[in-house]
Ligand binder design. Sequence first.
Ligand code: NDP
Length: 286
Amino acid sequence: MAAKIIDGKALSKKLREQIKKDAEALKSKGINPSLSVIIVGEDPASKTYVKNKRLACEEVGIKSDVYELPESTTSEELLSLVEKLNADESVHGILVQLPLPGHLDEKVVIENIRIDKDVDAFHPQNVGRIMIGDFDFLPCTPAGVMEIIDEAGVEVKGKECVVVGRSNIVGKPQAMLLLHRHGTVTICHSRTKDLKEVTRRAEILVAAVGKAKMITADMVRPGAVVIDVGMNRDENGKLCGDVDFENVKEVASVITPVPGGVGPLTITMLLKNTIKAAELRLSGKA
Ligand code: NDP
């Protein structure tokens, strides 16, 4: 039987309706939730992401300010803007669009964002809090994956979970979130010896690699829940995931498509974190 295909757009729409209500509730208490996004340079993909973030904010009633800085921006200039936004009480979330041009040190920039405004949850202190399970902000993409798992009605507790990819922004935090839900989690990477042997054990398989259609049907345990984080171009230039969707959907019980799966949820989780940042301010915790 073919897998249930999760519609990330529809789920995202549902979640954004709640976020809109949360934004209205904050406004009625005198807090106007706001996100500041900084982009440096002219990278077209980054520009598209920033535009989508701005539109998503508009959709749910979050105020957004986009700071477009030239490629030639110095580290001092960028850090001074971050500092200004850190100090501005009307700003709840700050996001610096990555990647930054090569002459700017991303690590230093992220470490300078106030932790209670770090809505991407990339600051080492927030990363550490995710590790110990005591966090305010969830990392956006892994949080979106968890929303999908919940939407599919899948219980993680006791399940064999395999995450392929160990990046700081997806693979590692994803593994942590599954672990917090009591999954038995294995993380695979480029040095994993027999990937297929490991992925075939997965009842929940998350692919976050960045290699078009690398997870083939023979690598998937029948009935598995397969979540595809990858965003790649296939041989015809068409957007595709890390999973060979057409064939894997015949083996899996639940699957996410690309596009229209995890992607739409990532920005929705950013909106959720911005609301959370504004709520922290309201409660006096920020
Ligand atoms: P990275 O390039 O940072 O990490 C890729 C990971 O995959 C690494 O840990 C790497 O291992 C591992 N890997 C590479 N080749 C193999 C292999 N042959 N077998 C097993 N593991 C392998 O990527 P990201 O985590 O940033 O992103 C992953 C994918 O998710 C990309 O396609 C990206 O575009 C997409 N993405 C999608 C988002 C969304 O909103 N839908 C958001 C963020 C990312 P090693 O560590 O050993 O090098």
